[in-house]
Structure formats: C-alpha cells, structure tokens
Design a protein around this ligand. Structure first.
Ligand code: ATP
Length: 510
C-alpha cells in the first residue's frame, strides 16, 4: 500500500488525525486517536520490557523536557545542530539544501534503474544485473557521477561549507520542485532547536530549549542513577519521551515531525570495550524488530558514511517504508564525548570508580535510539494489506486487514452477539465482555451484519472475534475467529482468555 492509503486508513479507523484539523491542521504535528494510542502504548511497552525488564543492569528514568540551557551548549546542539536551509525566491518555499542535492543524485539513480529494467525485459532469464551494472558504459558513467556528487556533498556537510552547497545547486541546475525556477537565496545554517523563554528572567539568561533528543536527560543524571541504584559498569539507562525539532521540511506523515517521541537507551561501558557492546546492541536491536514477524527483507543495516565528530561507530537500522528504505533506529558509539562535555561545563566530576581496575574514568557510551512514531509507521505499513477472501456466500471478495503482531494489536478480542435484537444473545455477550475486560482490551459490537463487524475488526487489526449465538445459550461455548487464518473454532467460554493470551501476550516476544 502506498503512503496515501496508510494516511487515509489511519484517519478513517481512528489511529492518527492531523493536529488541529478543524483549523486546517498544523503541519508536521499529528494526534493519535483511540486505536493509535493503544498501538503506540503497546510499542512502548514492548520496548520498555525488552530493555529494562529483561536486563538487570538497565534502569529507566523520566526526565523533564526542559533542561538547564548549558546542557545544549555542552552537547553541541547550540552550535552545531543545524540543517542547511535555502529558499526559492519565486515560490517562497523553503528546502534543505542537502536534500535537494540528494534528490539530484536520486534522479540519476532512477535513470540507471530505468536502463536496468529495460535490459531485464529485453534479455529475460539470461539477464545478469550485476554484470550489466558493472560493464555498461552509460551506467558506469552515471554511477560515477552519483558517487562524485555524494562525496562532494559529504565533504561540504562535514566542513559546514554553505557556499559549496550553493555552488553545487547552481552547477547541477537544480530547480525548485514547486516553481521550476533556479532563483535561489544563499544557503544558511538553521538551528533545529525550538526555544522559549523563562517567565521570571529576561534576555539570553532565561532562554530555554525544548529538548531535541531525550539522551541528554540521561547523561546529566548519570551519577544520580548510578549511585542510587548502585549499578556497576556496564549498565544502561533507558527513557521514553517527547523530543522537538524544528525540521525545515517535514513530510511523509509521522516519519518526520516537529514533535515526536523517542525511545533511547544509553549504555555506559569501560573505555576500550565499546566496540564489543556496539556489536552486541546492533544484533540485539535487529532481533527485537524481527521478533515482531516483520518481513526480514524490509530491514537492513546502513553504516554511517560520515561519522559525527564524537562517534567512533554508527549504524542505522533501516526499514523499507512505502517511500523507500529510511532510518528507523540509530545505534551509535558516542565515546566519552557527552559525559566529558558535561563534566567540563558543569565543573562536576562524572566518573565511575571501577573496583576491578582500581581506577576512575569517564565511561564510554553506546546508545540505541529509536523513534516511537517511526516504529508505529513501520508497523502500520508492514501490516496493512488488501487480501482476497471468500465472503459469507463463498464468493471472492477483498478485505482490508491490519496484520499487526497480535501483541501490538490495539484491541485483542471483539465480542459479537449474532443478532442485536435478541436480548438473550446480547445479555450473554455482555457477560462474556465483562469477564474478558479485566484481561484484555476488548470491544463489544452488535451493530450491522456479522460479516461487516468482522471487516471492521480486521481493519483495526483485532486478532480474535468471538460470536455469541443460540448454541452458546445451550452449551456455554462460542465461535472464535482468527484474523489471519480466518479459521473458526468452537471453544468453551471459560477457555477464551487462555486461548487469546497465547498469541497476544507481549511477554512472549521477549
Ligand atoms: P534523520 O536523519 O531521519 O533526521 P536523525 O539521524 O537526525 O534522523 P537521530 O538524531 O539519530 O535521528 O534520532 C534517533 C531517532 O529518532 C531516529 O532514528 C528516528 O527514528 C527518530 N527521529 C528523529 N527525528 C525525527 C522526526 N523529526 N520525526 C520523527 N522521528 C524522528
């Protein structure tokens, strides 16, 4: 399904709404609806349990969004958390200069792909794509051009050379997608932090930022947590919370927002042991994604080409979103950069006394950082499907089904009386509903024909539906329908909870 289908499904079925929609919306801000909040909470719960509950040496915190302004000086965000901004004078639209240049390279890549596809259809089974790509002159020339563009871009970004970015845009003849013109402003650095002002202090002194990442709340609490929980290195601190970035171009639904939620874990290790922990967390995090049954071909590692100045290794876990492979999670070896910086600016020691080595040191950090909203979008796009199924009369029909992992599904089971105007049935169904609601998020639905009710549950990803019919009144059993296999089996009422729990229990994923 493409992103448009996902957006409209999300709205129609109460997963995600545009923020302030009645005022025509606020761009790059979204509200989670009744099913959205359940799915999001389940994602967070899965992450929290895997990180905190499953590791005796990882503990959680919930730090404030506002932090002392020096935090952001120390972390480098005040000076360097910038994106290169350019305006088109005709359309008055704003772009990220690096993304315009990447778009130029992507266009060349699309030309290569077109040639490959043409050759593939011409040569059929005999076609060897690898050989074609490495021997065809036109493709080689185009690939060389892409490599040169990306290298030049990488250098300019690393050096913060805005003039070079502008020169590239001019040289490549990049036009504004909106106006088609080349009438560009200069490129300038744009800081992505939102700022606000404390009520009781005027001027620069009272300037506050909305945190652009949750990580710094962990770093500044490193000693508080270590001392109060008596953790020894290696140990980790985990946190889930909101972060804010004034993204220049925020597109692609909840993939890139200005207010979003992060799930981050900083793992403090002995200097010199960071690479083994980096490898450990790479594998552990990929396993976490795969445990949900996500199609393995949609997940891949992507090593960072340009390392941030404080990192000595960094990799993204990318997911194939409807608009291509993009970063879903980052795993970064951040050295002792953050703690050392905070130590310097605060004047407080942030060290650990290692009893085995009998020495004090500033620990190194390996972090895992995933956007909760991106994870939501990944799960939604992986799960939303249209499927051919037989209808009640056995004729072919299609259904829209959200094949979420049952442990993530917003509603675990729906209770459906066969008919709504038969009190015996609705009473019995209400009893079943009441007996299940303390175990799961359950839904009671008596409106419309049973087939339509099944479709509604399929569309929100409910793994099970039970139907209360006249036989139920005789034998205390119900028909339980499985969302994925469509199989319907008869089970006693007192076995429903156990039956549902097997697949829907988050703990089974751990
Ligand atoms: P990108 O390159 O896509 O801007 P990033 O490298 O700046 O992402 P990090 O700073 O590593 O991202 O943040 C960690 C995670 O937070 C990302 O992997 C992503 O899942 C999430 N994230 C970052 N920015 C946003 C955003 N604007 N909206 C939603 N999620 C985001």
């Amino acid at each position: 399904m493409d992103i448009k289908d996902i957006i409209s499904h999300s709205k129609e079925y109460g997963f995600i709404f545009q923020s302030s929609e009645i005022y025509d919306g606020l761009s790059a801000a979204y509200d989670y609806g009744p099913y959205g909040v359940e799915l999001k909470n389940n994602i967070k719960q899965y992450w929290w349990k895997s990180m905190v509950q499953m590791h005796e040496n990882i503990v959680g915190i919930d730090a404030a969004i506002f932090m002392h302004p020096k935090t952001w000086k120390a972390s480098g965000h005040v000076d360097a958390f910038n994106d290169p901004l350019i305006d088109n004078k005709d359309s008055k639209k704003r772009y990220r200069a690096d993304q315009l240049i990447e778009g130029y390279a992507e266009k060349i890549e699309a030309k290569i792909q077109k040639d490959v596809d043409k050759a593939k259809s011409r040569f059929g089974d005999a076609f060897d794509e690898q050989q074609f790509r490495t021997t065809n002159d036109r493709i080689i020339a185009r690939q060389n051009e892409i490599d040169a563009v990306m290298k030049r871009l990488g250098n300019a970004m690393r050096e913060g050379n805005m003039d070079e970015l502008k020169t590239m845009i001019d040289e490549y003849g990049i036009v504004c997608p909106e106006s088609g013109s080349r009438n560009w402003t200069e490129v300038r650095q744009f800081n992505l932090m939102f700022s606000t002002q404390l009520g009781n202090i005027a001027g620069e002194e009272g300037k506050l930022y909305l945190r652009p990442e949750t990580a710094q709340g962990i770093f500044v609490n490193f000693l508080n947590v270590q001392k109060s929980t008596r953790q020894k290195i290696p140990f980790g601190i985990a946190q889930i919370g909101k972060a804010f970035r004034n993204e220049i171009v925020a597109r692609q639904f909840i993939f890139r927002m200005r207010e979003f939620e992060q799930m981050e874990m900083q793992f403090f290790v002995r200097p010199g042991e960071e690479m083994q922990w980096y490898e450990y967390w790479k594998e552990a995090r990929l396993k976490w994604h795969k445990a949900l049954g996500t199609d393995a071909s949609k997940l891949r590692f992507h090593d960072h080409d340009n390392l941030a100045h404080y990192a000595n290794a960094a990799v993204d876990i990318e997911f194939e979103f409807p608009f291509g492979f993009r970063e879903l999670e980052g795993i970064h070896s951040r050295t002792d950069f953050d703690l050392s910086q905070h130590q310097e600016l605060s004047g407080k020691k942030l060290q650990f006394f290692d009893p085995e080595l009998n020495e004090n040191y500033v620990p190194y950090v390996v972090e895992t950082s995933i956007g909760c909203d991106r994870m939501f979008l990944a799960q939604l796009s992986n799960a939303l499907q249209e499927e051919a199924v037989p209808d009640a009369e056995g004729n072919e029909s299609t259904r829209t089904v959200l094949k979420l992992h049952p442990a993530l599904a917003p509603v675990k089971i729906a209770v459906l009386p066969l008919l709504k105007n038969k009190e015996e049935l609705t009473n019995a169904a209400t009893d079943v509903f009441n007996s299940l609601k303390k175990h799961f998020n359950v839904q009671y639905d008596e409106k419309d024909a049973i087939g339509r009710r099944y479709r509604r549950q399929d569309a929100i990803g409910t793994p099970y539906c039970v139907t209360i019919d006249f036989d139920t009144l005789e034998d205390n059993s119900v028909t339980i329908r499985d969302r994925d296999t469509l199989e319907q089996v008869r089970i006693p009422i007192d076995r429903i909870a156990d039956h549902v729990r097997v697949k829907t229990d988050i703990n089974e994923l751990l």
